[in-house]
Design a protein around this ligand. Sequence first.
Ligand code: GDP
Length: 311
Amino acid sequence: MEKTEKIFVAGHRGMVGSAICRALAKEGFANVITRTHSELDLLDTKAVRGFYMSEKPDVAIIAAARVGGIGANSAANALFLYENEMIALNTVWQAAEAGVNRLLFLGSTCIYPRMAPQPIKEESLLTSALEKTNEGYALAKISGLKLCEFLRRDKGLLYHSLMPTNLYGPGDNYDIVGGHVLPTLIRKFETAEGHVDLWGTGSPLREFLHVDDLASACLFALSLENPPNVMNVGSGEEVSIRVLAEKVKAATGSNAEIRWDATKPDGTPRKLCDTSLIRSLGWKSAIPLDEGLAMTVASYRSELASGKIRL
Ligand code: GDP
């Protein structure tokens, strides 16, 4: 990717898209274009087609999605499937129609089967049944990455995908009901009065990646002349939800008592991705969880103070 190329970042206001825009600016990419939701509805095929046809970007990075934690996904699999499917088909297919030569599609490691051997390798894709709590989201993301793979094969376009593990960082969604575990825990501990109620048993294992590490992986993937169709991006740092809760408690300085609500779902028991592919090509994460957590608690507090927080 050249510094002068015109790069479209879809979803630039989200946690991932904004991190990618920060990384692009830092690296000197000066021709980045974005559209807010009200300027361009990515569910609207005609509008997306018109946008690509008039702007003709050289590169597109698809970081737009409806995302949410286990609560939001399990309550609305239909919505997560519909919106993410439409976003994927519109942003990828219409890019190809308009002659966009290179595209990076972002998914998630929840596309892999629930019982995939751990750490999860890219080749586990579509080998057995998905986790039910986020099946809609996963199916839509699988369509998107497959569409990239097919367009690359059928039309020779350099469309490829990254599958990040659970992300966190500045600009996260701190919604207690619909958010992901890490930001939710920060908010719960920051606002606790005496105790916090956490979901499930605390035994599931998760891996967390700071979003600035993902942004660096995106630039790395886009610098490869012949990138793999799908690459995992992770930190390799796996913790139980119980240990995560202790870390967040320490990072926030809270002394709240932790209570576990086993009537809430645990979700998939373990989700550690195998990052040997991207590491073998020369990329690795740089932000350890403890450091990333401290930075994220600080950004939660400043986002809250400035009124710019997403709740
Ligand atoms: P997942 O990684 O797709 O399962 O989504 P989440 O990030 O929402 O949840 C990860 C794990 O954290 C699950 O095992 C949840 O049961 C657990 N968890 C514990 N407390 C909470 C909470 O307050 N909110 C959320 N979202 N998850 C929680």
